[in-house]
Design a protein around this ligand. Structure first.
Ligand code: G3H
Length: 258
């Protein structure tokens, strides 16, 4: 089995202007001072308007965190008002771009076909997409969470190559767990994350499935991350609310080991 470095990614969502972003990253850098950066990769995903400020801070202070965007356009350039392209994000030093977050799917009607275009646009710009998927409460209650998320995975990976799949991050985020305080049990999270990795193996190769990272998101906090990250097929967390609190996010970055 390949060694996979855990990823702890903080999705700030629609929070913080660029001045607040600078303050938050500075506080986070302080909170992270005793952190083993070899144990986990630590990423922040601020709003687009903050990326240049975060880049300046990360480069200037040689911070050992990486950053990315919460979305990426399916288009590279042209008459697409309001869009931000993969090459623009790459030029700002982004490592990651989310694709298909459930809030984009719900409030902006993004479907698997569009998410697929965004995943490919991210790869084309040498960004690593964090492909978000997960079931709503009705699907969970019906017991269809595995088939639902596998269908989302296949739809989002159409025409994605094995080489690209090996670099992918898949974030399993059950919608009912996002922002609710109702974290999935480690077993429930592992059930879906294991199935996702298994399907990557079927679609591509054991090698690709062994290097792709599958992470969990939904009400992750420092007091529940250890159980989640202890699962065989879970390689980290996509964190929302807790990523806005520097001390708490730093504890998460240490994988709750203190
Ligand atoms: O992208 C992050 C997720 O939506 C999780 O958000 P949360 O940690 O606030 O539940």
């Amino acid at each position: 089995m390949a060694e996979r470095k855990p990823l702890i990614a903080g999705n700030w969502k629609l929070n913080n202007n660029h001045l607040e972003a600078i303050a938050l990253v500075q506080k986070l850098a302080f909170s992270l001072k005793d952190t083993d950066f070899d144990a986990a990769e630590i990423a922040v995903l601020p709003p687009f308007t903050n990326l240049r400020s975060v880049q300046t801070l990360v480069d200037g202070d040689k911070l050992r965190i990486v950053y990315g965007a919460q979305d990426v356009s399916a288009h590279e350039k042209g008459a697409y008002t309001g869009e931000v392209s993969g090459p623009m994000l790459a030029k700002l030093g982004c490592t990651y771009a989310l694709a298909g977050h459930s809030e984009r799917r719900e409030y902006h009607r993004e479907d698997d076909a569009l998410v697929n275009q965004k995943v490919k646009a991210a790869f084309a710009a040498d960004l690593t997409p964090i492909l978000c998927l997960g079931e709503g409460l009705d699907v969970r209650k019906a017991g269809d969470q595995v088939s639902h998320t596998l269908a989302q995975l296949e739809g989002a990976l159409k025409d994605v190559t094995a080489e690209q799949a090996a670099r992918l991050v898949v974030a399993y985020e059950p919608v009912w767990a996002i922002g609710t305080g109702e974290v999935a049990t480690p077993d429930d999270a592992q059930e879906v994350c294991g199935a996702l990795r298994g399907r990557l193996g079927e679609l591509y190769s054991d090698e690709a499935a062994g290097t792709a990272r599958v992470i969990y998101g939904g009400s992750v906090k420092s007091d529940n991350i250890a159980g989640i990250i202890g699962q065989e097929d879970i390689d980290g967390a996509l964190v929302g609310g807790a990523s806005l609190k520097p001390d708490e996010f730093a504890k998460l970055a240490r994988l709750g080991r203190e």
